[in-house]
Design a protein. Structure first.
Length: 354
């Protein structure tokens, strides 16, 4: 496998619309990088530039130390797994997996061994004589992955490969991809809009919005120390709660509550004295018992946890409690915030604690 470098990539279409702005990323040999963000953020366009399916308007693409920016897709030694499987319906599973190797005119014995090896890895050995329409969606996606594996490419690209599967199959196939990555030690670039996939699969995540990279880091870094308001609101399920608060005399003052600052927080927010900032609190960082009153409007029991939705003054709030709760609409629950995040109101950048 190989390393991959995306250097100052831009994508500008003929109508002058720019989809990707100055994208920079160094992917280490054997690393699994997930590009995540809402629809239209530029993640799939970036992947397609790497694959050669979209021209690169500016910048350079380096694979294994070689500049492939102007190289044809077939010469980049990349394998891509698509959302819609892209299998040949008239061919057997064996023929689908062997097809690219047959086009290369590889030795038939070598092709046979590669297909059998990939089929064993993916649990498809008993399906090789079937046609795609005889398989489930999850099995067809595994065939698409097998077709990529047999080529032993330098880089694997995944374009939202699980979005056509139901929730149960998504979870199972996600685990298969993770095991596949560990077994092959492959360099992978994976695109999804699903943050659960990003958090569970990635060595590092690239979070994008409107064509711009917002943050690159490990799943824990993006969850625990988001770089800005967008990342904080996008990463995490349920999303982070946000409140407009005034910094005043060692407290955060909202229209309906006050929160005392720790000495560390007070020092970090000293320059914001008298100003309004954004306070962020994850639902799982809210606990029962405290001085903040939540007026409940719904209660969602999820087994070992409960989501309690309500309002604090004019702000909506979701609390995630680690037990089965029986709150009803109209109830009041008092809560406290265990961990807080702070964001500059003008720039939306995170305010770091000293």
């Amino acid at each position: 496998m190989s390393d991959l470098k995306l250097q100052h990539l831009d994508k500008i279409y003929d109508n002058k619309v720019q989809a990707v702005f100055d994208f920079n990323l160094d992917v280490k040999n054997g690393e699994l990088i997930v590009l995540v963000g809402p629809s239209g953020c530029g993640k799939s366009t970036t992947l397609r530039m790497v694959a050669g399916l979209e021209d690169i308007s500016a910048g350079n693409l380096i694979i294994d130390g070689k500049d492939v920016t102007k190289m044809a897709p077939k010469d980049r030694d990349i394998a891509m797994v698509f959302q819609n499987y892209a299998l040949y319906g008239h061919m057997t599973i064996y023929e689908n997996m062997a097809f690219s190797l047959m086009l290369r005119k590889e030795n038939k014995n070598e092709i046979h061994q590669k297909v059998l090896s990939a089929a064993e890895i993916l649990g498809l050995t008993d399906q090789l004589n079937k046609k795609p329409n005889q398989l489930s969606g999850g099995q067809r996606q595994r065939v698409a992955m097998g077709r990529a594996i047999v080529r032993t490419p330098k880089v694997f690209l995944f374009d939202e490969p699980l979005s056509n599967l139901d929730a149960k199959l998504r979870g199972a196939t996600r685990r298969e991809i993770l095991l596949l990555h560990k077994r092959l030690r492959a360099t992978m670039l994976y695109v999804t809009h699903d943050q659960t996939e990003a958090l569970t699969l990635a060595d590092r995540i690239v979070c994008m919005s409107m064509g711009h990279v917002q943050q690159i880091g490990t799943p824990l870094e993006l969850y625990d120390t988001p770089a800005n308001l967008f990342v904080a609101g996008f990463i995490g399920l349920p999303p982070m709660n946000f409140f407009d608060v005034e910094v005043k005399n060692g407290e955060l003052i909202c229209e309906s509550f006050k929160v005392a600052l720790t000495p560390e927080e007070k020092g970090s927010l000293e320059r914001y004295e008298g100003a309004t900032i954004t306070l962020g609190v994850r639902p799982e960082d809210i606990s029962e018992g405290g001085d903040i009153s939540v007026n409940v409007f719904s209660n969602e029991n999820l087994g070992q946890t409960t989501l309690v939705n309500g309002v604090v003054g004019k702000h909506r709030i979701t609390c995630k409690f680690r037990e089965w709760c029986t709150y009803k609409a109209g109830d009041t629950v008092n809560v406290s915030f265990k961990k807080k995040h702070f964001f500059d109101k003008k720039t939306t950048d995170a305010i770091s604690l000293r």
